[in-house]
Unconditional design. Structure first.
Length: 396
């Protein structure tokens, strides 16, 4: 059986030139994005041409680089196996058996099969550890993590199976190096091909692990967090009773507003004393103006606040900020909602609370900030025992 020559010097040189040219174009493509915007604009249509040229060069650069590296290794291995490195395959009818050789040496690279096997075992152990860490991280939060863990374990067995198949190629009677005469034997996978294969499999494995974490986190947060939730559904589940004498017949008094007619006093408010709650959070937003925040108090230990607490007991406190409604004249009635949340303990997650600007809806504040009781990648929900709200309009 004819043993074909994979690469010659001429082929290796061609791919080297292609790699260099496309590499320069790729580098220019990157530099273009690093340039100041005004300089890019000055290039006009030429900039678009460079972008298109750079994008076209990327896949060619990657392919030529892989082929060039593979050819260099192949030719060097051919030389080490005592063959004369061919300038052109055609000179020898593309038949390795016709290439001059100083001495016949077989099985010089049989160790490639062992190295590839050890790499596969190492990758299997690595992903086994990652799978176990995934289970430890998510088991107490999501039962579905067990099914994904089993899928990961079964899928990652592929590394061990591939490694065992490559290890079989160490059989000298059945396999021969790719830089040797076949003599009816099969060609064993060389070390470059093995490493390339495991890089691809490693990327697939990494993607599977990341996907498992992402899917589990999405399922977990869709159940307890803010994914796929509606504000009206959130309000419908409120259990705390809240009242304020400054809210009459669905309208807020002028006194609480930050207008010429008002005094910018925080409303008098009373709410349920929830058993087990260490403190309460008050949040007032203009739901007609993209949830503009008017009141954020994050460390309340009492269930009744008098009118104007912002200018009395809580004056100057960083965790008690209030600015009364001030809708633009002629903008009609705006709906102002006060939410009160009863918390077991202060959330560990670090969060800045926006004030006097567009910010979170009342349900998002609950799901993404207040109900989180542990900081870190996994956010354990359940810190809010109860919540309630009252709404009223004000306009001028």
């Amino acid at each position: 059986m004819k043993t074909t020559i994979k690469y010659d010097k001429r082929t290796s040189k061609i791919f080297k030139i292609v790699m260099i040219i496309t590499g320069v174009l790729f580098l220019g493509f990157i530099m273009l994005f690093l340039m100041p915007e005004e300089r890019v604009d000055a290039l006009g249509g030429f900039a678009i041409f460079l972008v298109l040229l750079g994008e076209a060069a990327i896949p060619i650069f990657l392919i030529s680089t892989v082929v060039y590296i593979s050819s260099v290794v192949y030719l060097k291995r051919l030389e080490w196996n005592t063959f004369q490195v061919p300038d052109r395959k055609a000179d020898y009818d593309n038949d390795l058996s016709r290439v001059p050789r100083t001495e016949a040496i077989e099985g010089r690279y049989i160790g490639d099969s062992y190295i590839a096997f050890y790499i596969s075992v190492g990758m299997y152990i690595l992903f086994l550890v990652l799978d176990i860490l995934y289970l430890v991280k998510w088991k107490k939060y999501e039962d579905s993590s067990i099914a994904l863990f089993i899928m990961l374990m079964v899928g990652h067995l592929l590394y061990l199976v591939v490694g065992l198949l490559i290890r079989r190629q160490r059989n000298f009677d059945k396999y021969v190096d790719d830089v040797d005469i076949r003599n009816g034997k099969k060609v064993r996978m060389n070390i470059v091909e093995s490493i390339g294969l495991f890089i691809v499999l490693g990327l697939i494995g990494a993607f599977s692990v990341v996907t498992a974490h992402t899917m589990t986190k999405y399922v977990y947060k869709s159940r307890y967090g803010s994914y796929d939730k509606e504000l009206e559904d959130f309000k419908a589940k409120a259990t705390m009773s809240i009242s304020s004498p400054n809210l009459q017949d669905g309208r807020w008094d002028d006194v609480i507003t930050n207008t010429d007619a008002g005094s910018n006093l925080s409303p008098e408010i009373s709410f349920d004393n929830v058993e087990g709650a260490e403190y309460y959070v008050i949040y007032m937003v203009d739901e007609s103006a993209n949830y503009w925040v008017h009141w954020i108090a994050t460390d309340i230990r009492e269930t009744t606040l008098p009118l104007g607490a912002n200018k009395d007991k809580y004056k100057g406190k960083a965790d008690f900020r209030y600015v009364g409604p001030y809708p633009p004249a002629g903008s009609g009635d705006h709906e102002y909602t006060i939410y009160v949340y009863a918390l077991k303990g202060k959330p560990d997650i670090k969060a800045e609370y926006d004030f006097d600007r567009i910010s979170l809806r009342g349900d998002y504040l609950y799901y993404d900030r207040l109900n989180v009781s542990k900081d870190g990648d996994i956010k354990e929900y359940g810190n809010v025992i109860a919540y309630g709200y009252i709404s009223g309009v004000y306009g001028r």
